[in-house]
Ligand binder design. Structure first.
Ligand code: NDP
Ligand code: GDR
Length: 353
């Protein structure tokens, strides 16, 4: 027997990623039945959601995982016909900006065309669902801050270009077919579950490892980039709120604050009592052919219309992330360990960073 009947059914692409895992937690806590798309891989890729997983033979489970891929349109059609979700959260993407310069075609195919495949599947089936598109502040690119919903796009990477395509595709399905499709234009949001090659996680992890004597240096690229870093669990609340609104609209989620990569390094190393300048070195492999210099969001529309407000700001975020790394390094019983089993391989994966 289910403890309480599911109120709604949601389908999440990218459920194994940072945001997908927090969103799955949030929706399960609200009584949703949650279906997630996962890629078949030769190794396990579900570490971030393993704590939510229940035996498939347990009739009360409300999390269901399905193999599929954004490049496989017929699979998207068959899955959506079977699940008939009330809400679709489209989070899956090749999400690394630096990698998108190495793999522009793959990025366009997944991050860009993947969105049209999913929306076409919805249209072809005639599914009445609400659709969330994971749009990004990277779409603003070279346009100076502050950036809001009306700011012109000027993407600076194949990733940013692909996200602009996804943004306009979602808008077009809203205008052409009356679909309840929204773009959440989210500024950087981080957590202990952030992928290890994004700069905040890379720095937090390095500060903890250096403090504990595991290594002594970390190599970074551009220290001058300005970002508006928030806390991921709060941002998935905003995604959900967008799909509960009366009308489909696009919203920026951001903290409205600005820190450089250097600031973030200082915050993390200060937290473990170290001088960041002694442990950070430059490596040009982490530079991008075109950089996004400054992103600072104006989320006043989300605050006004959805009641969404950030609660965690960059200095506290840095402390949360470093503490999580310290806990994971110091013992398996650590409560904050978000996905044990991922740590040892990190130092052997220096390329994309
Ligand atoms: P992650 O990189 O952590 O997760 C990406 C997810 O997409 C993973 O579940 C991954 O699966 C999945 N995926 C990648 N390619 C495919 C594919 N071809 N088919 C099916 N699934 C695929 O991203 P985040 O959680 O950080 O971000 C979620 C979304 O929000 C992304 O679209 C990102 O671009 C966007 N975004 C993120 C922001 C941020 O600051 N985090 C800000 C603004 C937008 P696997 O685990 O198998 O690799
Ligand atoms: P970003 O995040 O590109 O903003 O995209 P990332 O953490 O990769 O970079 C932030 C800034 O730090 C600079 N930087 C480095 N970055 C990485 N990854 N590694 C380094 O060693 C390093 N040194 C300096 C970068 O040049 C950049 O200026 C993220 C992703 O989650 C996207 O999917 C999302 O859309 C945007 O945030 C909003």
């Amino acid at each position: 027997m289910t403890p309480f009947p599911p109120s709604k059914t949601a389908f999440i692409t990218g459920i194994t990623g940072q945001d997908g895992s927090y969103l799955a937690e949030l929706l399960l806590s609200k009584g949703y039945e949650v279906h997630g798309l996962i890629r078949r891989a030769s190794t396990f890729n579900t570490q971030r959601i393993d704590h939510l997983y229940r035996d498939p033979h347990d009739p009360s489970r409300r999390l269901h995982l399905h193999y599929g891929d954004l490049t496989d349109a017929s699979r998207l059609v068959s899955l959506l016909s079977e699940i008939v979700p009330d809400e679709v959260y489209h989070l899956a993407a090749q999400s690394h900006v630096r990698v998108s310069f190495d793999e522009p075609e793959f990025t366009a195919n997944t991050t860009g065309v993947g969105t049209v495949r999913l929306l076409e599947a919805i249209r072809m089936i005639g599914l009445e669902t609400r659709f969330y598109q994971a749009s990004s502040s990277e779409m603003f690119g070279a346009t100076p801050p502050p950036q809001c919903e009306d700011t012109p796009f000027h993407p600076r990477s194949p990733y940013g270009v692909s996200k602009v395509f996804g943004y306009w595709t979602a808008r077009n399905y809203r205008e052409a077919y009356g679909l309840f499709a929204v773009n959440g234009i989210l500024f950087n949001h981080e957590s202990p579950r952030r992928g290890e090659t994004f700069v905040t996680r890379k720095i937090a992890r390095a500060a903890a490892r250096i403090a504990l004597g595991h290594e002594s240096l970390v190599y970074l690229g551009n220290l001058d980039a300005v970002r508006d870093w928030g806390f991921a669990p709060e941002y998935v609340e905003g995604m959900w709120a967008m799909l509960q609104a009366d009308r489909p609209e696009d919203y920026v989620l951001a903290t409205g604050t600005a820190y450089t990569v250097e600031d973030f390094a200082r915050l993390c190393f200060d937290h473990v009592g170290l001088d960041w300048t002694r442990h950070v070195r430059h490596d040009e492999r982490y530079l991008r052919p075109t950089e996004v210099d400054a992103l600072i969001g104006d989320a006043s529309k989300a605050s006004r219309e959805l009641g969404w407000r950030p609660r965690t700001f960059t200095p506290e975020l840095a402390r949360i992330m470093v503490d999580a790394e310290l806990s994971m390094l110091q013992g398996p019983t650590a409560e904050v360990a978000p996905f044990p089993g991922t740590w040892p391989g990190l130092s052997g994966r220096p390329m994309a960073g």
